[in-house]
Design a protein around this ligand. Sequence first.
Ligand code: ZN
Length: 401
Amino acid sequence: MVVSDIQSFHVAWFVTHDTQFDVTLRIGDGRLLGVESGRSVDAIDLGRVALIDGLVNAHTHLEFSGIAQPIPTAGRFTDWIRAVIAHRRAHPANVGEAVRAGLCESLESGTTLLGDIATSGWSSQDYAASQIPGIVFQEILGLLPDRIDEQRNLASAHQYRIVTPLSAGISPHAPYSTHLDLVHEAVDLARKTGCPLAMHLAETQAELELLAQGTGEFRELLTELGIWRDDPSAFGKRPMDYLEILSQAPRALVIHGNFLEEDELQFIAARPHMTLVYCPRTHAAFGHSDHPWRRLLEQGGQVALGTDSRASNPDLSLFAELQFLASQNPEHSHLDLLQLGSSAGRIALGLGGSDRANFTLVRLGDSSLNDPQRHLFAQTNRVCGTMVNGRWVWRQTDQSR
Ligand SMILES: [Zn+2]
């Protein structure tokens, strides 16, 4: 086959599962065609940069991208939810604008693939101009029969509303908000259409209390919202009950999983089509106890990374998420962390084959940064380009910034 659109770039570091220094990359037909040592005469020199495996934001909610500062996370989790509900009610008309702003921010922070959770108020037009492929998960939630009927219809229409380069996914929201029947139906839909499924699970101790005992701050919130019923069939008893159901989907993203127990981690680790999605800065903002991502990796399980939304995080940069994670875990190789922020996310979402030229360009802060294992996510490094399917979809033109 003749490839006519070959481009050649010279970079200081080329980082995927390992690192190659001082190389020329040949890219064409949307793929990486070859890597040669040194700078070839026809190559464009990109300067002191690292071209790295394309970053994947496996979990976000773009509809909140218009929020300038995160909603305070210091109090009870249910107080944060009350504030999120209030925000959504106060800004019903701004969803499309927020989605477009979030796509733009994602692009300009090096994201090459994303998993977005959408609720209501969006249109396919909001995503139509996206330069980033990914999955738009239609969120469904409800505890009472009328609401469940309505959400069932929303879910089944979703796959027809999504346009390229995005694909459809389904997301039963969380155990405290979504009747078990609706979770089962979401899994059935995922099986029927082959789409991936994402669900928030084991996010707080309060959620575990609601499941185990039917008490606590979530019961208070549901009562206040007028949707609490003494209906034991509405909830499982523990996160494992949900994992067993989710495992029937073609692909399942378990979002947060902050309080998963050992047998639940083992359950995920034994199933390659299940991924735990860790949102490092959001996790830290809520002050939860240690996240179990290392334990899952030790058991051979899969961990991907997400930013979550601007309702709990100051920005949508997956690179900033990796910088934070690297600073919190100095013993961890940055190359291993990159896998969580790139290939693990692609596998989780079931998109972006490994032969596609999806890369993030990073300007290296200074010449003392010479070890990718320790310096790839140094605080002075900056994302300066995003390549999707062999095409620059964003480049920072002012290189001094
Ligand atoms: Zn979320």
